[in-house]
Design a protein around this ligand. Structure first.
Ligand SMILES: *[C@@H]1O[C@H](CO)[C@@H](O)[C@H](O)[C@H]1NC(C)=O
Length: 187
């Protein structure tokens, strides 16, 4: 049976076999063009902070960023770059909002999302999909997006800057929650 399948495949795809085997350089077979998104499609994940709500907010939408600025969120630059639409190898980065805490949080982890909605008190609610991110760092050029949470000011804070993450934790205000996703650097 194995022999006859092989004979059939070679009979049907003789040209394809020789082209793939002979002419593609090794390098092009090793790139992950099928499993990674195109970084050129990524958008800045714009960061702002509300002092009154002690709430970090992130969006790829300049329109939404302006709406939050009008509500008193101060600009804090760009946290990194994520995809506005789903690309190969990416998953949704869910944005949740806790109205009781005035806290926006973001997660690519479905179990965490469920727990934040169904277990955390007061509960988070689904807000939107903030964009699309990677669950690991296997795609070239991606870096960890760290997540810190403050129980004292009920704020979720995200940064790709490890020094900033460490200092948020050493300040005693935030607890390190680890890596929320892998994204592209801001610049
Ligand atoms: C929350 O719990 C309800 C009831 O068990 C369930 O139907 C729902 O899917 C859960 N929500 C999430 C986001 O997991």
């Amino acid at each position: 049976m194995i022999f006859s399948y092989k004979a059939l495949i070679l009979a049907v795809f003789p040209l394809a076999t020789s082209v793939i085997g002979a002419t593609l350089p090794l390098e092009s077979r090793q790139t992950c063009t099928l499993t990674c998104g195109n970084v050129a499609d990524s958008l800045p994940f714009i960061q702002s902070f509300s002092q009154s709500g002690s709430d970090h907010f992130y969006t790829t939408s300049t329109t939404e960023n302006a709406q939050f600025a009008a509500k008193g969120y101060a600009p804090q630059g760009v946290a990194g770059r994520i995809f506005p639409t789903q690309e190969p190898g990416t998953v949704p980065f869910f944005r949740l909002f806790n109205a009781g805490w005035i806290d926006h949080t973001y997660t690519a982890n479905q179990q965490l999302r469920s727990a934040e909605i169904n277990i955390t008190k007061p509960p988070y609610a689904d807000d939107t999909i903030a964009g699309y991110v990677y669950l690991d760092g296997s795609c070239p050029g991606t870096i960890p997006l760290f997540w810190a949470f403050s129980t004292s000011i009920t704020d979720s804070f995200f940064t790709t800057d490890l020094a900033e993450y460490d200092s948020a934790i050493s300040s005693g205000v935030y607890n390190g929650q680890g890596i929320a996703a892998y994204i592209y650097p801001a610049a």
